[in-house]
Ligand binder design. Structure first.
Ligand code: ZN
Length: 343
């Protein structure tokens, strides 16, 4: 099959488009999917660079967010059939341990993400366990459908489960134009929250307002903490931080007493300094999150089907242009998701 293969860790030039990679063989409880589209995530970049504690065996295939058509099903598979149009739940777990059985599969001892250790969707075919396949919302194209699972699931876990946002919550979302940013704005607005977000350009500011943000701050030109404190003297209830080192402490400073910081990304590095006393005296909650429970993706998918959440696809390229897609994402030129179309 055609695929983009990672042969060595490093920059995007290590991604090579090949035509003769072996097609995956499924087991009795697995599904083979003919990939139609695969969305990029920052995770792809970290895996590509070999920057994570967990590294895949090389040669590897990246890609967590997949949409496509069921090509083949194992003998035990009942939830989908050949020809079904589907999206993939990228979180892979054992399905039988205590955490999996308790609906906290993202804490499974064997947790993996498609494209992290397991071979992902930068290819014509990908295999996943049957329980990781959901029917695609009919109103979305394949390019749109692959754009939401990982980011929306992560953000749902952070804002809804951990931060427990409510209609009166004041929420700050860093980098509103990123994949998780556009998810954050929409999910927070869905719950009736007041949303402040940050962007790096006028054009992106307009698009965030269109998505529902109430206030947009320029994270290059403005002092974000000062701006937030001008809006709300006491600070905000919730901050969602996926930027990491550069913003972590600013996030804490934007919070009111008893506020919650939900965080899960490290685009700018992972060593943040914390004044512990400031955190405990103000009873600030630091809530790390990692992906989210599988069940929530069913809820999210239904919200897309009902038009209450909207996919934001910035750019669609061919799979053979994976190198260019990575450069585009790394240069932060995007608004929403970058998608590769399978050949
Ligand atoms: Zn498990």
């Amino acid at each position: 099959m055609k695929a983009v293969v990672l042969e060595n860790f490093g920059d995007e030039r290590n991604l090579r488009f090949v035509e003769d990679f072996p097609k995956p063989q499924i087991k009795e409880d697995e599904v083979l999917i003919r990939v139609r589209a695969v969305a990029l995530n920052h995770l792809d970049i970290w895996v590509r660079m070999g920057a994570l504690a967990v590294k895949p065996e090389l040669p590897h295939i990246l890609g967590s967010d997949v949409s496509g058509v069921v090509e083949e099903v194992g003998s035990l598979v009942k939830n989908v059939k050949v020809g079904d149009e589907v999206v993939v739940m990228p979180g892979l777990s054992c399905g039988v341990c205590y955490e999996c059985q308790s609906g906290r599969d993202n804490l499974c001892k064997d947790y993996d993400i498609l494209g992290l250790k397991s071979k992902g969707g930068y290819a014509q075919y990908v295999k996943v366990p049957a329980r990781n396949v959901l029917l695609k919302p009919k109103n979305l194209s394949f390019e749109e459908a692959c754009s939401y699972p990982l980011t929306f699931l992560t953000v749902w876990n952070a804002l809804v489960r951990k931060a427990q946002i409510k209609p009166h919550s004041k929420v700050l979302i860093w980098a509103g134009s990123s994949g998780v940013g556009v998810a954050g704005i929409q999910i927070a607005k869905l719950f009736g929250a007041f949303v402040i977000t940050t962007v790096g350009s006028e054009e992106k500011a307009k698009r965030c307002m269109k998505l529902g943000a109430d206030v947009v701050i320029d994270h290059y030109g403005d002092d974000v903490v000062k701006k937030v404190r001008e809006l709300f003297k006491e600070g905000v209830d919730v901050v969602m931080d996926h930027v990491g080192e550069k913003t972590f402490w600013k996030s804490v400073e934007c919070l009111k007493k008893g506020g919650k910081l939900v965080f899960f990304g490290t685009t700018t590095g992972s060593k943040a300094e914390i004044d512990i006393r400031y955190v405990f005296v103000r009873e600030i909650e630091l809530l790390g999150t990692y992906m989210g429970p599988r069940a929530d993706l069913f809820k999210i998918t239904e919200l897309f089907e009902r038009g209450l959440l909207k996919p934001v696809v910035d750019k669609v390229l061919d799979l053979s242009e994976a190198q260019e897609a990575h450069r585009y994402l790394e240069n932060s030129k995007h608004f929403g998701k970058v998608v590769l179309r399978a050949p």
